[in-house]
Every structure is written in C-alpha cells, then in structure tokens.
Design a protein around this ligand. Structure first.
Ligand code: CU
Length: 491
C-alpha cells in the first residue's frame, strides 16, 4: 500500500520534471535568441594578437572606424575632471566629467576587443568616482572594479561581446547626482567588418540639469537635489550646455552626403523624443542595437540608452535638432543645428510657391491688408492709451517669442529689453513688425537666426505695441506715432 503510493508519487514527479525539461528546452530554442547567444560565445573566442591605444574624442566628434582592423587589445586611458564650465551665457556650473567634456570622450571598439581600461581620478578632484559601461558583461558594468579615489588610478579589463551603441556613466553614490553633473558618455562596439561607411559621423548626447536658480539665472548655479528628485529640469541640453550645437558650433554637411548620428541620453531622468526638423531618418538602429527601423520621424531614446540614426541630406538649409518634447527645445536648451550647404533641388523642396491673403468668406485675393485700403484721418491716441493698448497686444501677439518681460529666448528669439538693435533704429523696427524678418541679426552682441513673421496689425496697433515696447524694460522711451508707421508702410 505505502509502496504503491510512493511509486505513483514518483511517477507524477517524473512526468512533471519531463514537462519542466521540455519547457526549458523550448525556451532556449527560439531562433533569434539562439543566434545572439551563439554570436556572443563566438565573440568571446575571438583571439586578439595586437595591441593599440584607443583614440578618444570630444563631442561632437567620433574616432575613426574600426572597419579596417582586427579585434585588438585596446588600451583606454580616461581622466576624470571636476571643473567649472558654462551651461548658458552667464550661467556657470561645476561639471563632473569623463575626459573634461560633457558627454565624456567617445570610445570606439569592435566586437572581440579586449579593453584594458584605466580610470584616473585627478588629484584636484573632491570625490571618488567609477564607471559603469553598458557594453560590459560583468558585475556593475565594471563599477565595483573601477572605484577610484582622488589622486588614484585603477585598471580593469573586459571583452566586448555584443555589437551596439552603449551608454557609460559614473555609478558612485549618490548615483543620480554624479550623472546629473555630467558623468556619462558613449562607447560603440562595432560589428565585425565595422558599420557601413558614411560621409559624416557625429556624437550627440542629451542630458537634463537641475540648478538652484531657474533657466538663465546668472552666476555659478549649484546642483538642486530636490528638483532632480522631482524631475523638474531647468536645462535639457545636447552636449552639456545651451548652444553646444548652434551658431559657430553647428554640425555641418553637404547636399548628397549621408550623415550618421550617434545619439545617447545620459538622463538622469528624462526620455528623449529625438527629432531633426526638416529630415526623415532613413535608418535607425533602435536603442543602439541590431534592429534597424526605416523612415522614422522621431525616435525615443531612454535615459541610459542610445540610438544610431542615419539620413542622407537632400537640400541645403538649417536642420534643427530637437527633443520633440518641444518646450525643452525652445525653453530649456535642447536645440542644435545641422547646417547643410550645397545646391537647391526644387524637385525635392520647392519652397513657397505662392502667398496671398485668405478670406474665408470669399472675395478675391488681395495684395494688401484690408485696413490699408482707405486713407482715413489719423486720430492719434495719447501715450497712456497706447501703453495700455500696446500692453494688451504684446500679451496676445509678441510675448510667445520675446517673453513677458522682453528677455527673449536664448539662441532662438532676440530680447527686446535693453536691446541695442531695437533702440538704434525705430524705422527698421517698424519695418520688421510690418514685413517680418529672416536671417541673422546681432542683438546685444549675440547672434540670432530665426524667423519673425509679418504682423497683420493696423497702423494704430503697431504704434501702440511699439510705444509700449520702447517704454518698457529699460528701453529708450521712443513714442511711435501712426504717422511714423504709415510712412514705413507706404515706403
Ligand atoms: Cu562620479
């Protein structure tokens, strides 16, 4: 009796383990899984016969391709520097850096490389640091093996098994703070044979910053732990600062060239909706891995993640690189430029081909705004009436770009407050309000290259809003009259 009970239990157990066995077999027999597992094992077997010092580059540049070399013992020598840098005009921040830049130096490796990594913590630094490379198969991505005090150096080693674009970052407590201060960068592991050749390659990394003061508040701005915890970023930028990729720092390409962007997101908190205004990504290595998506408008890059985006530039112009969480681009700094030079191609982009006045209730296309059609006698408002009307108009029309107190938006829209360009020439200013303005101008020794559209306002309205602007925020107190506006309009 007892015997048979035991036997039947044993039988049940046996069939249960069979089931388990089958289940676990089937879970590792999936094609893709097995393929990547095999490749990883093969990568581990790649022998290295040579040794070389890694070329490390500062953003936005990347080291040369590994396509023409075998796997090697790659010596990486990286120095940690804590140093004051510029976050925006007049705003300073104490950055903690890998190699003296944010993001840190770009490391370009190849599958099968043996990376011998030496991390040096400069004696002038205040804190211990380490490095966690997402390209490492091993505890902490190397964090525990690389922990190093100021005035010390440490060497650890790993083999690159998986091709892809990976983030590295400091992982010393408080981890969030080390990352928030700029301790991140990218390491590329190229597949055997390297990535296909392209004409231009660039390195871009997004990061969010948290300061005691608000965006643009001047002076040295300390890190704000509470804002970081609340994920309430003051700055969201590419390559460590506002304007790292605009103006003279803009990336460049020529019509017909293929551009490859290695894009990372250091976070610490925010996910990037990476987008280039005026381009479509022909190919995206999604999350920096093997999966290639084509014809992509915006690609999501997680904090601590990356993507490789590639596109051919077809027509000349300024392509605007943004986080399409768009307030970050226009109000927090996440804006860069890729300046494309070369010949127009009207077949691909014809530009504006016709412009007219749209009257929803019918009528013919007119060449001038309605209010200019009849010469009515001017009844000039008093200055205080202009100020009151002008303030209202400013609040409904101008403030979106030039901001409520006229300070403008750094690198995008020029200030009106204490603006030398505005105060120097009232007729020119009237003309810009009436007819719009494109192209580069310099205001208070900073360059702006944006578009102001022609404002569809009456002479009375222009006189009011401009009088308000000229009599606010430290400007020169000019009173603009309807007559002055009319003169410019009829010029
Ligand atoms: Cu650190």
């Amino acid at each position: 009796m007892i015997d048979s009970q035991i036997k039947s239990k044993l039988k049940m157990f046996a069939s249960f383990s069979l089931l388990l066995g089958a289940a676990s077999l089937s879970s590792c027999s999936g094609g893709a899984n097995q393929e990547s597992e095999t490749r990883k094992m093969n990568s581990a077997d790649i022998k290295v016969v040579s040794e070389m010092k890694a070329e490390l580059t500062s953003p936005p540049f990347v080291p040369k391709s590994t396509a023409n070399r075998e796997a090697t013992k790659l010596i990486v020598d990286m120095e940690i520097l804590e140093q004051t840098g510029e976050m925006a005009d007049g705003v300073e921040y104490v950055y903690w850096t890998f190699g003296g830049t944010v993001p840190g130096s770009f490391i370009r490796t190849k599958v099968g490389d043996e990376v011998e990594f030496t991390l040096k913590n400069h004696p002038d630094n205040k804190l211990p640091h380490n490095i966690d490379l997402h390209a490492v198969n091993g505890p902490g991505g190397g964090a525990a093996s690389s922990f190093v005090a100021p005035g010390h150096e440490i060497t650890f080693s790993f083999k690159t098994l998986n091709p892809g674009l990976y983030v590295y970052h400091c992982a010393t407590a408080p981890v969030g703070m080390h990352i928030a201060n700029g301790m991140y960068g990218l390491i590329l592991v190229e597949p055997e044979g390297g990535l296909p050749p392209v004409d231009k390659e660039y390195y871009i990394m997004q990061g969010d910053f948290y300061t005691k003061g608000n965006f643009g508040d001047q002076g040295v701005q300390p890190f704000d732990m509470q804002k970081a915890i609340d994920e309430d970023a003051d700055y969201v930028v590419f390559n460590g600062k506002v304007g790292a990729l605009t103006g003279d720092n803009a990336l460049t390409a020529k019509v017909g060239e293929t551009v490859r962007l290695f894009v990372g997101n250091g976070g610490p908190n925010l996910v990037s909706s990476f987008h280039v205004i005026g381009e479509i990504f022909d190919r995206v290595h999604v999350e920096g891995g093997d999966l290639v998506n084509t014809n992509v408008q915006t690609t999501l890059i997680p904090a601590g993640g990356a993507a490789i985006v590639e596109f051919k530039v077809d027509v000349p112009g300024e392509l605007v690189i943004v986080d399409h969480s768009i307030f970050r681009a226009f109000n927090k700094g996440a804006l860069g430029m890729l300046s494309v030079s070369g010949d127009e191609n009207k077949k691909i982009f014809a530009g504006t081909i016709q412009e007219g006045i749209y009257l929803p209730e019918g009528g013919t296309i007119q060449s001038m705004p309605v209010e200019a059609k009849v010469d009515q006698p001017i009844v000039e408002l008093s200055k205080s009436e202009k100020m009151a009307n002008g303030k209202k108009l400013y609040g409904s029309t101008c403030f979106a770009c030039h901001q409520a107190n006229g300070e403008g938006i750094a690198n995008a829209f020029p200030p009106l407050a204490k603006a030398d360009y505005l105060n120097a020439d009232v007729s020119r200013a009237i003309e810009i309000v009436l007819r719009g303005k494109t192209g580069e101008i310099t205001v208070n020794s900073k360059k702006y290259n944006s578009v102001m559209t022609a404002q569809n306002l009456t002479d009375k309205e222009v006189a009011a809003v401009m009088t308000y602007v000229y009599n606010s925020w430290g400007n020169n107190g000019t009173e603009v009259t309807e007559e002055m506006v009319k003169k410019v309009r009829n010029k």
